[in-house]
Design a protein. Structure first.
Length: 688
């Protein structure tokens, strides 16, 4: 491989020393943002370039320890608050402008994209056009900054949302399209190259469907009950701003959580001071995730959530619901025990005509004292070989450095990362990044499509066996449903995708038989590429309610729903509070021929059918809200107990074909709590 380069080397100075590998690659290699990256020329610091520093992002649990790598993230200048205020710097008259909120309310916090703020399912009042909204406020993070204390974007409060609804109402007809264009952050006619995703102009809108399943109701329902379920929404920026591998997802989500909790606590303190210390119960729904990461409960989002939980006045309830993810069949997860003297070859296949960069993360356990000194090399060496290229010799990189492959289209970054509650608990991370395999603007700078090889070998003097975890990071198209992104996969010859009859294979047999053959990925007869461990990397802390998916008609775990590691194989050091499995499973399919669930589309009266654990999570959110409104607990223990009871009842009543593996469904399978359509009419409770 080419010579060593330090993160901080070059004209970028201290700025690049503070960037993550994803940010560094995006700036120096990924040409999709050349016009923004050009702003860095001659920049003296983050505030003068396309990156911004946001106060309030503490680097670890406990007390803040100064600026960390994730304190810097890219956001377009036209959407930034020039004062750079913190997310909890709220206007003084916030409570008066929003209006009264009942003291017994439970606030739903939705963090997503393409949330239709004028949709009738989130309104109050009878008639075709409900003019009152259940949204207390909505933060449009990708909007052009105009006014307010928020660090970026624009905040719309309830009176402003209701005023826009009134402006777009014409008798019994509501102009959804006009309303959405008025509030959609993507609509910026003053910018020639708008990075908006036009999410509300598609046939389906992810955030709108998630929110409908979490708390959507007919606006003519009991008004008092609707007022007890108000909404605080955060519309995330477009995919182009978040990064197509989610490079900047976590900082935006952390800011969103901080803002939701700050607004809820301000409203409580000013409207219900006689109630004493405490606050509104808040249930956060974040139907997003990453595949690559530590999966030890120490992601940026999980650490920030725990900080918010601990800091709430009077211990007011705060819950975070996330999906397990849909990467079970993606062949994007590898786990292996490296023994001394035996290396590992990772076959990584990149598809043709992929117009986005690709990333693989490699995590290696460290022994006490390894890589402790300045300039100490990694215990595991790495080499990356492009298709058709001569094999390269593995190198043991030094922390905070990177090296390029001989073709100049791939780069390996080396980092030391904290993976436990204590900063001393560290793990080696390699990040392999490649250029797109198709770039219409620079066809000569493309990575080769085909089978790449990542070779991991022992560095000189290393003898202790250790675990190695390898994941392919998410890779999404700039527009929903787009085809310019083609995610790679691990092409292992020992991985079986189908059984002899042509059926897709899952991790376990269903229903379970109680025999050894239930496990279709036994350790002694299965290769390193596995479905086990394919869960969302951002939701593994035991305080997070991680939700899986199953099929309603017979209880079969959804094939796409990720599989968690058995408890005996969990990552980490045994001290970090990692959840051994998902908390529970909710329906994501109705039957073999009717997959997905139908819920609200981007326009009032429209519906769409989407599939995935993103829509299992909001059903758990709805369950949590119902529990809290009834004065009952809604934590992991309560959900697991309810799921276990529901699972046992489903088996006893014949609705489920039998038992399912805990690695797929968690504590058990819950009934359908939300969805749009018609009851089947046969008393089964199924929806068409």
């Amino acid at each position: 491989m080419k010579g060593w380069s330090a993160h901080e080397r070059g004209a970028e100075g201290a700025l690049l020393a503070s960037l993550t590998p994803y940010e560094h690659w995006w700036m120096r290699q990924d040409r999709t943002r050349r016009h923004e990256v050009a702003q860095l020329a001659g920049a003296g610091g983050p505030a003068e370039g396309p990156f911004v520093t946001i106060r309030g992002l503490a680097p670890s649990d406990g007390e803040a320890q100064g600026a960390g790598p994730d304190d810097f993230f890219w956001h377009p200048a036209w959407s930034r608050n020039p004062q750079g205020d913190a997310p909890d710097a709220l206007p003084a008259d916030l409570s008066a402008r929003i209006g009264p909120v009942p003291a017994d309310a439970v606030i739903v916090g939705i963090i997503d994209d393409a949330i239709a703020l004028g949709h009738r399912r989130f309104g109050i009042g009878a008639g075709p056009v409900p003019h009152r909204s259940r949204f207390l406020a909505a933060w449009q993070q990708g909007a052009e900054y105009q006014t307010g204390a928020q660090p970026l974007g624009q905040v719309l409060l309830r009176p402003e949302i209701e005023s826009l609804i009134a402006e777009r109402s014409h008798g019994d007809w509501f102009d959804d399209v006009g309303f959405n264009r008025a509030v959609d952050p993507a609509r910026r006619p003053s910018v020639a190259l708008s990075p908006g995703a036009r999410g509300l102009e598609q046939a389906a809108a992810h955030g709108t469907q998630v929110l409908d399943m979490a708390c959507g109701e007919e606006p003519g329902s009991d008004e008092a009950q609707l007022l007890r379920r108000p909404i605080l929404a955060v519309n995330l920026p477009s995919r182009r701003i978040l990064g197509l591998a989610g490079a900047f997802l976590e900082p935006y989500c952390v800011l969103a959580m901080q803002w939701i909790v700050a607004v809820a606590d301000r409203l409580w303190a000013e409207q219900h001071p006689q109630a004493g210390p405490g606050g509104f119960p808040v249930v956060l729904n974040l139907s997003y995730g990453h595949q690559a990461g530590t999966k030890t409960g120490t992601s940026r989002i999980e650490r920030a959530f725990r900080q918010l939980q601990k800091a709430r006045p009077g211990g007011a309830p705060l819950h975070l619901v996330m999906p397990t993810g849909n990467d079970n069949l993606a062949r994007s997860n590898l786990r292996w025990r490296m023994e001394p003297g035996v290396g590992l070859d990772v076959p990584w296949r990149l598809g043709p005509e992929d117009q986005t960069s690709n990333f693989v993360e490699i995590w290696v356990d460290l022994e006490a004292g390894e890589m402790a000194g300045a300039g100490a090399g990694a215990p595991v060496a790495i080499a990356v070989t492009a298709p058709g290229a001569a094999p390269d010799s593995p190198d043991a990189l030094v922390a905070a450095t990177y090296r390029d492959d001989p073709t100049g289209t791939a780069r390996v970054y080396c980092d030391l990362m904290s993976v436990g509650e204590a900063p001393a608990l560290r793990r080696l991370r390699y990040v392999v990044a490649t250029r797109p395999t198709l770039d219409p603007l620079e066809p000569g700078a493309c990575a080769r499509a085909g089978l790449w090889h990542i070779r991991l070998d022992w560095a000189e003097g290393t003898a202790a066996p250790r675990n190695v975890y390898v994941n392919i990071q998410i890779d999404i198209a700039p527009l929903p449903g787009g085809s310019v992104s083609r995610r790679g996969y691990f092409d292992s010859p020992s991985y079986r995708t189908h059984d002899p009859a042509g059926r897709l294979l899952d991790t376990y047999v269903y229903p379970l038989t109680g025999q050894g053959a239930d496990n279709l990925e036994p350790a002694d007869r299965f290769g390193p590429v596995q479905r086990k461990g394919s869960q969302n990397a951002l939701g593994n802390h035991e305080a997070v309610l991680l939700i899986a998916g199953h099929r309603l008609c017979d209880g079969r775990p959804a094939d796409v729903s990720a599989t968690t590691y058995p408890l005996s194989q969990q990552r980490g050091d045994g001290k970090a509070p990692v959840a051994p499995q998902a908390a529970a499973s909710f329906p994501v399919d109705l039957s073999p021929g009717l997959t997905g669930l139908r819920a609200a589309g981007p326009r009032s009266g429209s519906t769409a059918r989407l599939r995935g654990t993103s829509f299992a999570a909001p059903q758990a959110t709805r369950w949590c809200v119902a529990q809290l409104l009834a004065g009952l607990p809604a934590d992991r223990a309560a959900l697991e107990a309810a799921a276990a009871d529901a699972d046992a009842a489903g088996i006893a009543e014949g609705r489920f074909a039998g038992r399912a593996a805990a690695g797929k469904i968690g504590a058990g399978r819950m009934p359908l709590t939300a969805g749009r359509g018609r009851p089947r009419g046969d008393g089964s409770g199924l929806w068409d």
